[in-house]
Structure formats: C-alpha cells, structure tokens
Design a protein around this ligand. Structure first.
Ligand SMILES: C[S@@+](CC[C@H](N)C(=O)[O-])C[C@H]1O[C@@H](n2cnc3c(N)ncnc32)[C@H](O)[C@@H]1O
Length: 293
C-alpha cells in the first residue's frame, strides 16, 4: 500500500480555515481544540477590555453567514477526525440588538454529537454595561465523533474525576495576541482524552498565537495549526521553538488530574462523597507525582 503523504504534520498553515481544512484527508485527527473569531462586530467597544482586532481578518460578518461558515468548518473537522475522536470548541453567548445568539444555534446543525457543555469561568467580564449581569463565562463544547455507532464514547479515566463541568481560570495576559486562551485550556482538553496516548494528531483551525500547538507538542503529539494572519502564524512558529519555557505550566495542569482516593475508595471507607470542590491531595503528593512526569 502506498504511504500517505503527511506533509501537513507539525505545520502551521497560513490561510482561511475552511479552505485549508477541505484540502486535508479524512480520518486523520485524534483531537482538536479551538476558539474561532466570535463575529463580535468591531464597533462595539467593551468598557473593561480593549477591543479585539485581528491583524489578518475582519470579525464582522452578517450573523447568518458567520453561523453557516462555522457549521461548514465544524463539519470539515468532523470529516478529518477519526471515529471516537473529540473536538473542543470554545465560544460564548452573544447578543445582537437584544437577541441572544447561542452557539447551540449552529452546533446542533453539525454532524457532531454534543457530548458536554463546559462553563469556562474567566472570573472577569470583557464588557461591563448595566443591561445584564456581568458575563464572566464562556463555553467550551466537547464534541464527539461516534465510533461503531455508539453515541456515548469511552468513559474518562478516574484521575480526571475531580475536574467538573465548570473550569475556573482567568484569561491569558502575557501574550501579544489580542484573544489568546490560557495554556491550561487546551492542555486540559487534550490530556483528558489522550492521557495514556502519545503521537496523536491535534488540530487547531484558528490557532492564533499557537497555544493549542504548544500544548500538543509538550504532551507528545503532532499538530496542525491554521490561521489567516501571517503575523500570528510567524509568532506561533517562534513560540513553538521555545516550547520548553512553557513546560512547567503544562505540568501544573496535569497535577490536577490525579485522584488520590477515588469515589469508590471513599464510599467503601464511609467517607464523604458529596463534595467535588476540595482537591484531596496535599503539596507533597503533587510534588511526588510531578517527579514521575
Ligand atoms: C480567538 S483567536 C484564537 C486565539 C488562539 N486560541 C490563541 O490562544 O492564541 C481567533 C483566530 O482566528 C483567526 N482567524 C480569523 N478568521 C480566520 C479564518 N477565516 N481562517 C483562519 N483563521 C482565522 C484570527 O487571526 C485569530 O488569530
């Protein structure tokens, strides 16, 4: 059998996400993480956080075209993802002239099984006005490509069990890109579904400063990054060269994926089983775990 050309491996491809995705083969990706442009419209200034402007693209499409484009992008990612693979899609609720626009409006039109809606509590509002309670959260959709017609998929390993459906960490500050997510976000997504695997293929079709790609590299996977801005593609390439500087942040996130006593252990010993919030490991346990990594 002829060996498939894998020129796309460990590359950042500069161009339009939908166009590039269409050129990639079927069933190659294990997991993806992305945060697309949100189509916020560029005139609406936030009060707290400076307006986000990308160097290579406008973020102001008619909303119906934007949603059609996102549906098409997500369906292309579905095609190139292996059965049993996952895609984590970061987005948020927006309003257009008082009408609420929810990511579910287009996610339900895609081929993906929507496995979970995760709340990302950023602990800070991007825009403070009095029309609504401060919106401090964004959403992360765990999307799943069924395997052998099973819609549910494999269970997460017990070591991820203390992570809940609310992820609480602030947005990234030390990054010149206008809208990066923090490194722990893609690390948590990738590591939770690929914990015992290496050499997988991770994609981010709107890779910006390359956060997902750095996470993939440090966790021992291959990657494909796509971004329309040459400036961000170059920045991400440089960042990847220096990925070792970011290893400690990855280790800090991984240290949260240990369960010293499982739910079953605690139940058998008659210990409290109702509280998820307190992590049961002390500093020493985390240190000894990190030595193993
Ligand atoms: C929210 S940012 C992603 C940031 C990234 N998660 C990070 O941590 O740096 C969205 C990115 O989409 C890119 N973009 C906008 N339109 C695009 C398109 N049609 N195709 C590919 N990339 C696009 C922008 O240049 C921007 O870098």
């Amino acid at each position: 059998m002829q060996e498939m050309n894998k020129d796309y491996l460990n590359k950042i491809i500069c161009g339009d996400a939908l166009t590039i995705l269409k050129s990639l083969p079927d069933d190659i990706v294990d997991v993806g993480v992305t945060s697309p442009p949100y189509n916020k419209g560029e005139n609406k200034k936030g009060w707290l956080v400076a307006n986000v402007k990308y160097s290579g693209a406008s973020d102001k499409l008619p909303e119906d075209l934007y949603q059609k484009n996102q549906t098409a992008v997500l369906n292309e990612i579905f095609r190139i993802t292996k059965s049993g693979g996952s895609f984590f899609y970061n987005h948020k609720i927006r309003w257009e002239r008082g009408k609420l626009l929810h990511p579910m409006d287009w996610l339900r039109k895609t081929k993906w099984v929507i496995r979970q809606e995760i709340i990302w509590d950023r602990m800070i509002a991007a825009n403070i006005r009095g029309w609504r309670f401060w919106q401090v959260e964004e959403r992360i959709y765990w999307l799943y490509k069924p395997k052998d017609h099973h819609l549910i998929g494999e269970e997460l390993k017990p070591k991820h069990a203390l992570l809940t459906s609310i992820w609480r960490f602030p947005p990234e500050k030390d990054n010149p890109h206008p809208a990066p997510f923090p490194l722990e976000l893609p690390v948590r997504c990738i590591y939770s579904v690929m914990d015992e695997k290496k050499d997988g293929l991770v994609i981010d079709p709107y890779c910006g400063s390359g956060t997902t790609l750095v996470a993939a590299k440090i966790l021992g996977h291959n990657f494909i990054g796509i971004d329309i801005s040459e400036e961000y593609c170059k920045f991400a390439e440089e960042r990847l060269k220096n990925y070792k500087n970011e290893e400690k942040f990855v280790q800090e996130e991984i240290a949260k994926h240990i369960v010293v006593k499982t739910f079953k252990d605690r139940k058998q010993k008659g210990e409290f089983t109702g509280k998820y919030g307190k992590q049961n490991h002390n500093k020493q346990e985390i240190q000894s775990f990190l030595k193993l990594f």
